[in-house]
Ligand binder design. Structure first.
Ligand code: THU
Length: 144
């Protein structure tokens, strides 16, 4: 993916992080999901007093997109860290979010961009973060 596109996606993830609702962990995450037709769906983590209903930023972005009819995705940018601090570590997607990605994305091509800033980031393929993942092809009996 072009550097400009990656940088734009990271900026959108950082902006989405501003809306993070994380009163319990204080860990704020933003995500920006790029569709195959060039749209971007953003998301933030949304926590809950009962804890388990908490939704990660990545899943918020995916569920927004899928609920609006999108099912083809190219990449997601993710930025997370403690509220009020500069982002010092890469926030890799949790296992549940990786599994949601596996449902809708080609693991060989879908790119996960984890960012500290627009200039400091890493890019991984879903197949690197979820090797031998279980997905729709397992149930359809088709080649992945
Ligand atoms: N979180 C995300 O939003 N994405 C991840 O992939 C990892 C964790 C959120 C969930 C919770 O609100 C906070 O970060 C601490 O776990």
């Amino acid at each position: 993916m072009e550097k400009k596109t990656v940088e734009k996606l990271i900026v959108q993830a950082l902006q989405a992080r501003e809306f993070s609702y994380a009163p319990y962990s204080g860990y704020q995450v933003g995500a920006a999901l790029l569709t195959a037709d060039g749209h971007v769906y953003t998301g933030c983590n949304i926590e809950n007093a009962a804890y388990s209903p908490t939704n990660c930023a990545e899943r918020t972005a995916f569920f927004k997109a899928v609920s609006e009819g999108k099912k083809d995705f190219c990449a997601i940018a993710v930025a997370g860290g403690p509220a009020g601090e500069e982002i010092a570590q890469y926030a890799y997607p949790c296992g549940v979010c990786r599994q949601v990605m596996m449902e809708f994305c080609d693991p060989q091509t879908f790119e996960i961009i984890v960012a500290k800033s627009k200039d400091e980031y890493q890019v991984k393929k879903l197949c690197e973060l979820l090797p031998e993942g279980f997905g729709p092809s397992n149930l359809s009996g088709q080649e992945p």
